[in-house]
Design a protein. Structure first.
Length: 175
């Protein structure tokens, strides 16, 4: 199994997303979930090209629960996310457990324990509590690391460069 540990804020949205959604709301009076549809398309490409499953590691996971192998949203925001995922042919396979100390690398390690995983990546805009995965599995979607090649687009959130990196890392089978 190939796994994508997915953070939401800073990966599927950016500060610009919130501005655009607010402007749409002012014009139409319709409020929508804070997800950038272009970035969702990038996630879909990764899943389609690798067959990876999505494990939610975002704090958004706490707005729902796993029950009988399905993610059950418990807040309107998560209902909207699950519905949007369905429209894009995506689903939440599982969520990371809550660690007593709230350290994400521990939560990911707990989830990985005793599972048969070919490969995994972590899509996240932060790395402060993911140090263990910094140089191998983490794909940082912010510019804070400043390690992009010169010819790569200057963007935050999930971008084309991250898609290519994710596909490459997920297709390198680890045993």
């Amino acid at each position: 199994m190939k796994v994508i540990f997915l953070d939401i804020d800073g990966v599927l949205n950016t500060p610009q997303t919130f501005i655009e959604i607010h402007n749409e709301y002012v014009k139409t009076g319709i409020k929508r979930i804070e997800i950038d549809l272009n970035r969702l398309t990038y996630l879909k490409r990764i899943v389609e090209q690798t067959g990876a499953v999505i494990v939610l590691s975002s704090s958004w996971r706490n707005l729902g629960k796993m029950e009988n192998g399905s993610y059950i949203p418990l807040a309107p925001k998560m209902v909207a996310l699950v519905d949007l995922f369905k429209k894009y042919g995506l689903s939440i396979y599982d969520i990371t457990p809550k660690d007593i100390h709230g350290i994400r690398q521990n939560e990911i390690d707990l989830w990985l324990k005793d599972k048969d995983i070919e490969s995994f990546i972590i899509l996240d805009d932060s790395y402060f509590d993911l140090q263990k995965f910094l140089h191998k599995e983490l794909i940082n979607t912010s510019l804070t690391l400043g390690s992009y090649p010169k010819n790569i687009e200057n963007c935050t959130g999930l971008c084309e460069y991250h898609v290519m990196e994710a596909i490459k890392k997920l297709t390198l089978i680890k045993k």
